[in-house]
Design a protein around this ligand. Structure first.
Ligand code: FES
Length: 64
């Protein structure tokens, strides 16, 4: 099995790289076909969760 890598971006999203399947609360896939890199929101402000939409910069999210 190939490793999946997740990096915490400073004051931003999680960057996840690998062959992964992301599903919503209803079990529906929200992964993009063929994509291997995702930026997942960790500020809570994204309008298209679970993905980052850049809102973290607007709200000046600061990661610890
Ligand atoms: S981390 Fe980018 S919108 Fe939340």
């Amino acid at each position: 099995m190939e490793k999946i890598r997740m990096d915490c971006m400073k004051n931003g999203p999680y960057k996840v790289v690998g062959d992964l399947l992301i599903v919503d609360a209803n079990g529906k896939s929200v992964s993009a076909q063929g994509a291997t890199t995702y930026h997942l929101c960790r500020c809570g402000g994204s309008g298209k969760k679970p993905f980052c939409d850049g809102t973290h910069a607007k709200i000046k999210f600061v990661s610890e």
